[in-house]
Design a binder for this molecule. Structure first.
Ligand SMILES: *Cc1c(COP(=O)(O)O)cnc(C)c1O
Length: 344
């Protein structure tokens, strides 16, 4: 696919910001180029604009190359950058599966980029034909999410690859919850599909929601356009440092993921045993989508008991549904106990 042709004309011709320090190679001892305060305090210098050290570590972890990685201030920033690289406001369009993560729509709206929502099937499957139908040159990006939020299910590699091959533009597969899924990541397909962008994040399994660090994986050419328009120092020094610390503690995170998976299973069993609960949807993520006859009074009751959950009952195909994040064992117990004291 000709990626360059998909890029907005003004981005293609843009001469990006360049710092004296990134143009310089060699070893320097005196930095008088960036108007910083010269007194060392651990943060007086601008951060590495391309986060080289952190990307090396992420590449080892994900078994890929540092050149295939882009980092953003959360996945939120990456979604916005992708839309700004490829979509001309008031001209181009994106498509996304629906219901899914709301930032695809919101980011497009902010950028005055038109949107087509492709409804999921009744069992939360992707309508492949509807995604690909009647694609115009203006339909630049297709956003997919697997495991999907809020439905919790993941999609097979086969379905995702059919979409990547059939779509004549960029396909974004958001894998924010991949660490909780049995389905493998598509990161190993970056070289095979030049229109594929994978999103992952430090916000969920990695325990770094407060850091604001999102990852995109794609080929170098595609990433070069994202690098062109990003704010020069979008990831702070402290974020880069703390992310390295999280990566050094991977074994602890793996244990936490195993506990969450065990809790997800036990929570599902306990919920299914309740008369109050109509259905617990299958989940490959760290949350459960649970259907009630009348969800709003249930949610109010939970709030009274100090338990906050997410109302998803207005999402298409999710009527009656609340979304429960899997918490600590003691927190999940409190959720179950609170539900047991509910009287309709
Ligand atoms: C939580 C979530 C993210 C994470 O966004 P960040 O900006 O990285 O915190 C991304 N995608 C989906 C589908 C999510 O649910």
């Amino acid at each position: 696919m000709n990626i360059e042709q998909l890029v907005r004309a003004n981005v293609r011709s843009l001469v990006p910001f360049s710092s004296a320090r990134s143009e310089f190679t060699g070893t320097a001892e005196v930095f008088l180029d960036a108007n910083e305060n010269p007194y060392e305090n651990g943060m007086n210098r601008y951060p590495d604009p391309y986060q080289k050290e952190l990307k090396q570590e992420i590449a080892k972890w994900k078994n890929t190359k540092a050149e295939y990685i882009f980092l953003g201030n959360g996945s939120d920033e990456i979604i916005d950058i992708l839309i700004r690289v490829f979509c001309t406001p008031t001209v181009d369009r994106i498509r996304y599966i629906h219901p899914s993560f709301s930032m695809y729509r919101i980011s497009a709206e902010i950028n005055d980029v038109d949107r087509i929502a492709i409804p999921l099937t009744t069992d939360f499957g992707i309508d492949v034909e509807a995604c690909l139908r009647d694609q115009q040159p203006e339909d630049k990006i297709l956003f997919l999410c697997s495991p999907n939020n809020p439905t919790g299910n993941s999609y097979s590699r086969e379905i995702l690859e059919t979409l990547i091959k059939g779509w004549k533009g960029i396909v974004v597969v958001d894998e924010a919850y991949i660490d909780f899924s049995d389905e493998p990541s598509l990161i190993d397909s970056i070289e095979q599909y030049d229109n594929l962008v994978i999103l992952q994040t430090f916000s969920k399994a990695m325990g770094g929601a407060g850091l604001r660090l999102g990852m995109a994986f794609a080929n170098e050419e595609l990433l070069s356009y994202m690098n062109k328009i990003k704010a020069p120092y979008n990831i702070g020094t402290e974020t880069q440092k703390r992310a390295m610390e999280l990566l050094a503690n991977r074994s602890q995170i793996d244990t936490q993921i195993q506990t969450v998976l065990k809790e997800r299973k036990s929570l599902k069993t306990q919920l299914e045993a309740m008369d109050l609960v109509l259905q617990v949807h299958r989940s490959d993520a760290n949350f459960l989508l649970v259907q009630f006859e009348d969800p709003i009074p249930v949610m109010r009751h939970l709030i009274e008991k100090g338990v906050i959950v997410r109302d998803r009952s207005k999402e298409p195909g999710c009527s009656g549904c609340l979304r429960f994040t899997v918490g600590l064992p003691i927190e999940n117990k409190r959720l179950i106990e609170a539900l047991k004291t509910y009287k309709s």
